[in-house]
Design a protein. Structure first.
Length: 103
């Protein structure tokens, strides 16, 4: 019993009860449960990353829509696209494909 009394007089007697409750509350808030502060920080980081990804994909969609609009309206652009991407040719033409060693 004297050990407990010594521990109390040495350490706990100086601490105000309100501070002790506050410290315990903060410790539980940081560590316990599914909604602790560390996990909330991780979730917020993931949300920021996903929002950045959404913005990137929206810009990509905008660029692709612009390309599609150009392909639908510009006949020369459509022909150039078909020649470059799908290696299409006219009947009286020969095509030579040069590939790099890296590919």
């Amino acid at each position: 019993m004297s050990r407990i009394k010594d521990f109390y007089t040495k350490y706990l007697s100086r601490i105000n009860l309100y501070w002790l409750v506050t410290i315990v509350f903060l410790a539980l808030t940081f560590t316990a449960g599914d909604s602790n502060l560390y996990r909330r920080y991780q979730y917020d980081e993931k949300i920021r990353m996903l929002e950045k990804e959404i913005k990137q994909y929206q810009e990509e969609i905008k660029e692709n829509n612009e390309k599609l609009k150009n392909l639908r309206t510009d006949k020369e652009g459509l022909e150039r696209f078909a020649r470059e991407e799908y290696f299409m040719k006219k009947e009286n033409e020969d095509i030579y494909i040069i590939k790099n060693k890296d590919e």
